[in-house]
Design a protein around this ligand. Structure first.
Ligand code: SF4
Length: 505
């Protein structure tokens, strides 16, 4: 009988990255969208590191990821594994494999979720080993620790000020991205929004790179009280104000939800869905990373809710956690105010949980957990979007559960326009044509809502346009149109004009 040698599982543990190496080693990272990546690069550089952002993952990376790691893994894992392997291979072609392992390290998110998010680095390790690059070093950035110096080693030194810098970088770029997507579909001069966003992100890059350094705990107070970031966001708000918009273009609003990676990246991994939707005539409501982190805070605290009165100290920890979450949300609101309160607010996590509760257990924490269902219902009931485009990765167990739960939601609310797209990375036509069908309905709904708004106010399109022309401040991208009874931007503008004219609207 044939015998097989079994190699036992061992946890990944990289060779140390020492402080002495810091000047000669570049920290590589990626997997988010370009705005936040550019700012995190600045944060790493501010902390004394050399940093480089991975290029956006491509279909070629997907194929590499499938080839060198586990073929059955979810598509975000294939994309990111192939992306890293191809990047390191390219570098080793230029410098030689040994030099690359000396000169580069990879920084990636770690987590303990039930899905593969906690195991990404194992796929990376397997992929690199199968590519003859097994000595390459990777480090995990835990999402639930503020000071990670001990875990990372003193080469990387992901200390408290740096972690806070990443967090504030996420807040600022979330706000810029949100406003960008509200403005671009209505810009009068094509390309103006992109130019302002590029300039704004470079401006943030400089602000974060030159951020004053504070030692550990003093940096918390500084980040929470300083006007450094609010001033920067006010400046960005000013840059946006130069963009002229025509908000009378009737467009459906499409909320992006789904798995974290797919809803965040912009490129091949999600069929460029953001830009595709815009090109098809929609206004996109993007998914903020800050919402995900707010969810992680809520998730962590739920354990203490369950154990209050049973486990010693649980009630105290719950209280402290609630205070931390309130500070987190207050700070986001403070930064949002500096942007004229234009970007969307953070949805209330308890409301999301309440909405999702009949369909999905809030203690199931793989992927986006109950938040996916909660966000879909929140978008519908709070009139935030005409349609929900949900990005479901191929071979994702948590997402399959969420879609199952959404079947129950749609049974109760069949009027919700919900497009769950299975994203395999290489089946674009199928996914986009499905999305297009639902988008056609969303367009009809946006037009109907607009026509009804005009009829209710006794106005015509020409009449509203003439009013806006007489009030040029209303054509600025930073003019705030109140979110009234309607979902769409154009219909809300009609209601607003009607109110200004003293009509019922
Ligand atoms: S949530 Fe799904 S797609 Fe995302 S890492 Fe986990 S298994 Fe993969």
């Amino acid at each position: 009988m044939a015998t097989a040698t079994t190699e036992h599982y061992r946890a990944y543990s990289p060779k140390p990255f020492t402080r002495a190496e810091r000047d000669s080693v570049t920290v590589v990272f990626g997997g988010l969208h370009w705005r936040v990546e550019r700012v995190i690069q600045a944060v790493l550089e501010n902390g004394g590191n050399k940093a480089e952002v991975l290029p956006v993952a491509t279909k070629e990376d997907l194929l590499t990821g499938r080839e060198v790691a586990d073929i059955g893994q979810c598509c975000p894992t294939s994309f990111t594994t192939g992306n890293l392997v191809n990047f390191i291979k390219k570098k080793s072609d230029e410098l030689g494999a040994e030099e690359v392992t000396k000169k580069y390290v990879y920084l990636t998110a770690g987590s303990c979720g039930a899905c593969r998010f906690g195991q990404y680095h194992q796929s990376y390790e397997l992929g690199l080993r199968n590519s003859g690059l097994g000595a390459f070093r990777m480090f995990l950035l835990a999402q639930d620790q503020l000071d990670q110096k001990a875990a990372m080693g003193d080469g990387l030194d992901l200390n408290l000020p740096m972690t806070l810098g990443c967090l504030w970088g996420i807040f600022c770029t979330d706000l810029v991205q949100d406003l960008e997507y509200q403005v671009r579909p209505y810009e009068v001069g094509p390309g103006q929004t992109d130019a302002v966003v590029k300039e704004s992100v470079e401006y943030l890059y400089e602000m974060f790179r030159n951020r004053p350094r504070r030692d550990s705990w003093r940096s918390i107070t500084w980040h929470l009280t300083s006007s450094y970031f609010t001033k920067a966001l006010r400046e960005i708000h000013r840059k946006f104000s130069a963009i002229e918009v025509d908000r009378l273009r009737v467009k459906p609003t499409v909320k992006i939800t789904g798995e974290f990676y797919l809803q965040t990246v912009e490129g091949d991994p999600n069929y460029n869905i953001h830009r595709w939707l815009e090109a098809e005539g929609a206004e996109v409501y993007p998914a903020a990373i800050a919402v995900w982190m707010d969810y992680l805070l809520r998730l962590g605290l739920q354990r203490f809710e369950d154990y209050s009165g049973i486990e010693r100290g649980a009630r105290l920890k719950l209280g402290a956690g609630r205070v931390a979450q309130a500070i987190y949300r207050w700070n986001y609101a403070r930064l949002r105010r500096a942007m004229g309160d234009l970007p969307h607010e953070l949805p209330n996590q308890f409301e999301l949980r309440r909405l999702a509760a009949p369909y999905f257990n809030s203690r199931l924490d793989g992927g986006e957990g109950d938040m996916l269902v909660g966000k879909a219902l929140w978008s519908y009931q709070r009139k935030k979007a005409h349609m929900i485009c949900e990005l479901s990765p191929y071979s994702c167990m948590p997402n399959t559960m969420s879609i199952g739960a959404m079947a129950g939601v749609l049974g109760k609310y069949p009027e919700i326009l919900y497009a769950p797209l299975e994203i395999k990375g290489d089946a674009e036509v199928h996914a986009l044509s499905r999305c297009q069908m639902i988008l056609t309905e969303a367009k009809k709904r946006a037009q109907k809502e607009f026509d009804e708004a005009l009829a209710a106010a006794g106005l015509s399109l020409e009449g509203v346009r003439a009013y806006v022309d007489k009030h040029p401040e209303m054509k600025r991208a930073t003019y705030r149109v109140p979110h009234g009874d309607a979902v769409g931007t154009a219909a809300n503008l009609v209601h607003h004009v009607a109110q200004r004219l003293g009509r019922r609207g």
